[in-house]
Design a protein around this ligand. Sequence first.
Ligand SMILES: [Ca+2]
Ligand SMILES: [Ca+2]
Ligand SMILES: [Ca+2]
Ligand SMILES: [Ca+2]
Length: 337
Amino acid sequence: MKRLHNWFTTVLLAGALLIATLGLLMPGATQLTFAAQVASSTVYSDAATFTTQANAPPNSQVVHIISDVTVKYSETLVPGWETVAFDDSTWLNVVAPSGGLCDPSVPSRIPDSEALPVWSQTPQQFQTIYARKTFIAALPTSATIQTFVDDDFDLYVNGVLVRSDWDGVASYFVDDISALVQNGVNVIAIKASDTFGGCQNLAFDVTISGVPQAVVVPIDIKPGSDPNSINCNNENGVIAVAILTTEDFDATTVDHTTVTFEGASETHVDKKSGEPRRHEEDVDCDGDTDLVFHFRLGDTDLTCDSTEAILTGETFDGQAIEGTDAVRMIDRGGGKP
Ligand SMILES: [Ca+2]
Ligand SMILES: [Ca+2]
Ligand SMILES: [Ca+2]
Ligand SMILES: [Ca+2]
């Protein structure tokens, strides 16, 4: 309802005090549940919080995960729908931007955010939808989520209930989720209901800030061999290393041109371009595609005393990755061949 939105926008502009008061008026049980889950929550933070980085450490980055067309949804409740492990591959994608039955320009927006209002492909009055967005993250210094839902919602982060807002009007909140965002796969899950009728939409913006840490990924040096014996005197020896795909990580998202292994780059290069070649292969025969590399020992920093080796790189999205595996260096003596 347009009149409701105007009212709500006025409240927003009136500032933090009114919003905080609105939060205090929420049912006590709801507040208790929320407080038990996330200790350091705030009902409202000034938008300036998100642009002030004066005290941020060097190399600090701010990453936003926003509501957009990649959000998946279901109109029916399916057990476990809010958990990370739930498979939403058969769910539909939302419409974005969408104001439900209203023009997409009508919904109030999250301040200073690219987040789009989204809703189902078949909007109806008083509709309830279950929405999910999965994303990869490294352990952040801090993470907050802003939500705007017309009208009411339950918000879960990685299966944990962060906010339950059922006051019957369109609502905006900021919650601290620093303790919930984890290294690897995360999921934002929102049950949104158009309890007041009129328009319907949901929007969210997860802001992750801090010095980005590498996501730890599984690697296998000398795939299929254990222990990973390497003749440390043979500088021309080539070591195969695989980044393995698991339930939590898709190795094919790695940009192979960024990958180094103890300082060495892929030794198989395209003769024309000089670019490292990409080798996709199901190296552990578990039905999914892994990424395989080949490094010349002489290009690496490995010595006869090394006991482990580290592979680093980035995904195509720019997320740093890191994997470690043991090595058994065999010293046959006699120096370099
Ligand atoms: Ca509400
Ligand atoms: Ca509504
Ligand atoms: Ca191995
Ligand atoms: Ca595999």
